[in-house]
Ligand binder design. Sequence first.
Ligand SMILES: [Cu+2]
Length: 75
Amino acid sequence: MKFSPTDLTVKVGDTVTWLFRDRVPHTVQGIGDKAMGINSPIIQKGEWSYTFTLPGTYRYLCSLHPEMRGTVTVQ
Ligand SMILES: [Cu+2]
C-alpha cells in the first residue's frame, strides 16, 4: 500500500510509468493545480504513464488510499 519509489527525479520530457501490481486497485492523482493532468483511472493490474513537460515538483496520491503519496521532481 505505497508507491515505490516514493520520490522520483526525472528530466523535462521524460515519461513516468506507474505499474499497478497489487491485490487492490489504486489511482495516481495529482495534488494541486500544477499536477492537474496527473489523473489515472482506477487500475488494479496494469500500468499508466504521464509525460512531464515542465520542471517542478509534482505531488500525487492514490485517491482510494490518500495515505499513499509520492512526488516526482522534474528538472
Ligand atoms: Cu491505493
